[in-house]
Design a protein around this ligand. Structure first.
Ligand SMILES: [Cu+2]
Length: 135
């Protein structure tokens, strides 16, 4: 019985070690592979942050694209309002940040409150998504 207890303790310690080293290896931005695993890990003590960013767009396709890009780049929640053009985003500041998300959205053709999309990126949007640019 005692041996079993020791074996379990060792196993548990090993599992803990694996989990915590896996977490440390994630600097966040490039890879999405293990994102779901880390999102709700109780060991992850950094509080998430909710903020808004103006993102220009036009239709439901824009909404899907904007939210998809935001989620793919480290956000834990994303909701773009088609009327107000505000993206409400929740993220862990140790994983991503608003400037980074903004640049990714601009690369897909969406101007934001922080970043202007290149003309080339805007022109590559489907016709239904060509919102009126203010600049
Ligand atoms: Cu659209």
């Amino acid at each position: 019985m005692k041996i079993l207890k020791i074996a379990l303790t060792v196993l548990f310690t090993m599992l803990l070690g694996v989990t915590s080293s896996a977490q440390h290896n994630h600097s966040g931005m490039g890879s999405n592979s293990n994102m779901n695993m880390n999102m709700d890990t109780p060991m992850n003590m950094t509080p998430t942050k909710t903020t808004t960013l103006k993102v220009w767009g036009k239709c439901e396709l824009c909404k899907a694209r904007i939210e998809k890009i935001t989620m793919a780049n480290g956000a834990t929640a994303a909701d773009w309002n088609i009327k107000t053009k505000f993206l409400t985003v929740n993220f862990n500041p140790s994983r991503t940040n608003l400037e980074y998300l903004s640049e990714k959205l601009a690369k897909a053709g969406h101007d934001t409150g922080l970043t202007s999309a290149k003309d080339k990126a805007y022109n590559a949007l489907p016709d239904c998504c060509k919102y009126d640019r203010i600049r």
